[in-house]
Design a protein around this ligand. Sequence first.
Ligand code: ADP
Ligand code: MG
Length: 370
Amino acid sequence: MNRILPKRIAAILFHFLIRIVYFCNALKNTMLPNSELILAIESSCDDTAAAVLNGRKVLSNCIANQTVHKAYGGVVPELASRAHQSKIVPVVQQALVQANIDKNDLTAIAYTQGPGLLGSLLVGSAFAKSFALSLNVPLIPINHMQGHLLVHFIEENGINTPTFPFLGITVSGGHTQLVLVKNHFEMNVLGTTLDDAIGEAFDKCGKRMGLDYPSGPQIDKLAQTGNPKRFQFPIPNMKGYDVSYSGVKTAFTNFIHKQTQNDSNFIHENLNDLCASLQYTLVQIILNKIEQVASENQLNQIVIGGGVAANSELRNQLLARKESHHWEVFLPPLKYTTDNAAMIGITAYYKLQEKQFGKLTDASKSRLTY
Ligand code: ADP
Ligand code: MG
């Protein structure tokens, strides 16, 4: 009896405490100046991500990276889908807890409809649909590529927002596009890669040097102390506004093959110079096109998005051209470059303003145009 009583009292106190925490959270949420709470889910490739936004402000931005692909040197679609299934519930829970939001206070649920790996997209869309249905709130399907460009509209210190129209550049593992952005949803692709994406070229050349997937960030780091002019690789000059990355990838692979036949330590002894020279070439290809498209279309706001927007050489080269080219350059904070759910949330915010909602019958799309 003596032992049970303190336990009971502790349980009652604990229960009481939980109630107070819930009450305070609810009070805080009702006091938020702009209570449009969006839960956003991103699952297009190998990152399971969830974010909560209040209007244009990000309250939480959680990402569960999938390490399972490392052993294969690239994303294995089947493994990605399975990893999304086990990570999506915890990552959503984490996003709600970090945002201090109760699920019943959500205004809408947004998710990536495409483009991406179909199996991965299906996990996010099935979760979002069930959650929206159970909470009886609208569902907002989002184009992942629009999200990469609209991160610049998040309301946060350090983010400058461009004005329409502007030149949007999406550089990622799956895309390389030069886009005329007329408004939040009207985007015309002016040029694109005809083969590999820039991030794919970073990753495949990195794999050839024995680097882990994804190699882009490692190449960037190793290049810091390398000589970008040490090795020369071809810079294609494509007609019109398109770019190509498969030529440089092949040239790099052949060069490495030849050199390692003569000297098996070649990569190890020249790694920093190899990374710097490769990075210089990959960045130069897109820079040349940005210069051409910007000048021929009188666009002087250059807005970058996607994983490769984290690349220091690309960022520095763009900033270095600001004055001579009369450009305004918009670089996203690093946390909003690679895939994240905040970018899905900000895009959903604009759809919510126009009540552009999705249906439970909407299908995920591995290819999705603007
Ligand atoms: P996707 O949407 O195509 O899955 P992300 O937008 O997440 O791709 O971008 C991932 C790509 O970004 C990878 O190819 C990765 O190597 C590349 N990346 C990330 N950081 C850097 C960096 N600092 N330098 C170069 N590439 C990078
Ligand atoms: Mg992406």
